[in-house]
Design a protein around this ligand. Structure first.
Ligand code: ATP
Ligand code: MG
Length: 240
């Protein structure tokens, strides 16, 4: 049978600092996310959600444990590749609370930047970018600067940018925090559609309980570990 695993973490540990000032944020987190799945990552502020996302995204080095991205084991007590940047560029799309579009580039140039860095021609990367903008219903904004778009339009452009390198994994850190409820629902539904249409795994950090029913599953950081809950279980027991 085809392996559906997109992300697997085993016994992940992350501590910051040394000696008396050492903080243990994650201790023994094991979980898996499959292709096509939209998973919410929840926990109180300071519990380690961003830390966990940045380790999965090969931005922050864990203290110990193992990480697989797709079939590739990328970390076992150390990075197994010198090229974490390459893994990041090729496999992962990031979306943040603020859109972080580059203010002095047009929407189109923002989206084609990484693919062109990865060696895709200008022509092909622009063709792909226009298709993404059409998918997000902001094709008419291709030549606009981010400052002239609304919050929701910029966030959709940022999602288009995250998709432009055809990632297998999308890591979104509170992507709807700056949006009203209607826009938030639109963005989360869009993430689910992307997960299914493009067979990617999406982990979305959220503090917004209204978004949880739109997700397939909930991962919660509890006692520095990661526990998986079903969405219906959340409704019954109010795990937030
Ligand atoms: N570079 C760092 N050095 C020291 N401590 C850090 C560092 N980064 C994060 N921490 C600590 O790790 C803990 C988890 O932080 P993290 O940002 O992952 O929380 P979070 O769950 O994303 O919170 P929020 O919901 O507020 O975004 C916090 O106690 C934070 O102070
Ligand atoms: Mg955070």
């Amino acid at each position: 049978m085809e392996n559906r695993q997109a992300i697997k973490a085993e016994n992940l540990v992350k501590t910051f600092g040394k000696g008396d000032s050492m903080v243990e944020v994650i201790n023994g987190a094991s979980f898996q996310v499959n292709k096509g799945e939209l998973v919410a990552l929840i926990a109180p502020s300071g519990a380690g959600k961003t830390t966990l996302l940045m380790m999965i995204g090969c931005v922050l080095e864990p203290t110990s444990g193992s990480i697989w991205l797709g079939d590739e084991k990328v970390y076992e007590n150390r990075w197994l590749t010198k090229e974490t940047r390459k893994i990041r560029r090729e496999k992962i799309g990031f979306i943040f609370q603020a859109h972080y579009l580059i203010p002095f580039l047009t929407i189109l140039d923002n989206i084609t930047l990484v693919p062109q860095t990865n060696g895709i021609s200008k022509e092909e990367s622009e063709k792909n970018a226009i298709a993404l903008l059409r998918y997000f219903d902001i094709e008419d904004k291709a030549k606009s600067m981010p400052s002239s778009l609304s919050g929701g339009q910029n966030q959709r452009a940022a999602i288009a940018r995250a998709l432009a390198n055809r990632p297998q994994i999308i890591l979104a850190d509170e992507p709807t925090a700056a949006l009203d409820i209607k826009r938030s629902v639109d963005v989360v539904k869009m993430l689910k559609k992307i997960a299914v249409d493009q067979d990617v795994a999406v982990i979305m950090v959220t503090h917004d309980e209204a978004m949880l029913p739109l997700c397939d599953r909930i991962l919660k950081i509890e006692d520095k570990k990661v526990v998986s809950h079903s969405v219906s279980e959340n409704k019954e027991t109010g795990i937030l």
